[in-house]
Design a protein around this ligand. Structure first.
Ligand code: ZN
Ligand code: ZN
Length: 438
């Protein structure tokens, strides 16, 4: 009879046999970066792999998402392994798309390779047939909350309702019946630590702001114009003046950008647009900071006599952790890489749409430290392909074996001990309450 340790060993060996293929998947995606809800080539690659594994799948989910189903020997519990399809925009990145500037400077190419690798290991080894639960392999679109104007247009066209892929998966019922979600995210490499677990993350609101002034000849008749750029700059200065009132423990981050600052230098700017997030460690902290930000933005308009239109759009909920899932993953990672390579993550002030899922079911997101340079910079590239694409997949697949072995006892205990913060309905209403006009 196969023991759990036999099962894990077989899965590890099966993934190792695919090591070259997984690295190639990661590098192919690296070379074809696509922004959220536009991940056509990346989704096609995932579909191709699902077909080659003989898996039935659904595609075009939340615009570009793909989902395959792996049945276990019984269906006591249903796990999802997720990978993220999208890139960000860093035109100076060495692997940026020359046309769009998109680049995988957040390492999501590895998360797709790892998701596929975990699935391949469970299937190739025959271990899937020994497990008492089902698995969905999901390539989910649009983790990065970017291009707010474009996505808001998709919303107005009725193609999406939220701005990010995992939220759309919740809304569309694509996670109905799923009991927990496992994935990982890359981080910058460190000298000793290769993986950390137990990280939590900020939540955020997304804001789109439009100042309207009045055009006039910038040299000849500025007194006849209303300078929307000056109004916006004063609004931003007002935000900066609030920073001393943000409490350290709330981890507030507000970081506006100007996406339209004027059209021609000799015309007084009349249409100026900003985007910003208001991030915080709790929903209350986000709401409190947002009130101050709105006050500051309006003050800029008041000073100059411009109009300001502020649209609050759903961002992400703070990301919660599940201690037991973290422990299981850490133990498997230690078996692969040694105890000294595994550490504890703290609170991150970045955000992820996994946060929304973490309020509805247990989630796992360890950090795999396999990149050179900081995330979201031109320096970030995978510098440890074995860790990024292969060991990460092994860690996920071994944790699946723990959760679903022998009656899925471990998975069921985690499921029973988890208290959801919201039902799906309450969750959807929460965002309506937070962003009534959004
Ligand atoms: Zn990112
Ligand atoms: Zn990311």
């Amino acid at each position: 009879m196969m023991t759990k340790e036999d099962g894990k060993r077989k899965v590890m060996e099966a993934i190792e046999k695919r090591a070259g293929e997984l690295q190639k998947i990661g590098e192919t995606i690296l070379q074809h970066p696509e922004l959220g809800f536009k991940e056509v080539k990346t989704a096609a690659l995932v579909e191709d792999k699902f077909r080659s594994l003989g898996l039935a799948y659904q595609k075009g989910l939340a615009v570009t998402g793909v989902k395959a189903h792996l049945p276990g020997k019984s269906r006591k519990i249903h796990l999802a392994i997720m990978g993220e399809l999208d890139s960000i925009l860093i035109p100076s990145h060495p692997f940026a798309d020359p046309q769009t500037g998109a680049a995988h400077a957040c390492g999501h190419n590895a998360s797709i390779a790892g998701m596929l690798g975990a699935g391949m290991g469970l299937l190739d080894s025959g271990v899937m047939k020994e497990l008492d639960g089902d698995i969905s392999l999901i390539a989910v679109p649009a983790e990065e909350l970017v291009e707010l104007e474009y996505r808001n247009r998709l919303r107005q066209e009725g193609r999406i309702a939220f701005l990010a892929g995992k939220q759309e998966f919740i809304r569309l019922g694509l996670l109905d019946g799923v009991d927990m979600v496992l994935m990982f995210h890359l981080q910058q490499a460190e000298p000793v630590q290769k993986i950390s677990v137990g990280g939590t993350m900020n939540g955020c609101l997304a804001k789109f702001i439009r100042y309207q002034g009045k055009e006039s000849h910038a040299g000849g008749a500025p007194h006849l114009g209303i300078n929307a750029l000056n109004a916006a700059l004063l609004g931003m200065m007002g935000i900066h003046a609030q920073r001393e009132t943000f409490r350290d423990e709330d981890c507030v981050r507000v970081h506006p950008i100007i996406t339209r600052g004027g059209d021609l230098v000799n015309v007084v700017p009349a249409d100026v647009r900003l985007e910003t997030f208001v991030r915080g460690r709790s929903v209350e902290a986000m709401q409190d900071a947002n009130k101050k930000v709105n006050r500051a933005l309006k003050a800029g308009a008041l000073a100059i006599g411009a109009e300001v239109e502020i649209t609050d759009l759903p961002g992400y909920l703070p990301c919660l952790k599940n201690d037991r899932l973290d422990q299981l993953f850490a133990a498997n990672a230690a078996a692969l890489l040694g105890t000294e390579a595994i550490g504890q993550a703290g609170h991150l002030t970045a955000s992820s749409d996994l946060g929304d899922i973490s309020h509805l079911m247990p989630t796992l997101q360890p950090f795999i430290k396999a990149g050179r340079g900081n995330l979201h910079t031109e320096e970030f590239v995978v510098n440890d392909p074995q860790l990024a694409y292969v060991e990460s997949a092994k860690g996920l697949a071994m944790t699946v074996v723990d959760l679903l072995w022998q009656g899925a006892g471990e998975g069921l205990v985690i499921k029973e001990n988890y208290q959801a913060k919201y039902s799906k309905e309450e969750y959807l209403q929460l965002w309506q309450r937070l962003c009534p006009e959004g």
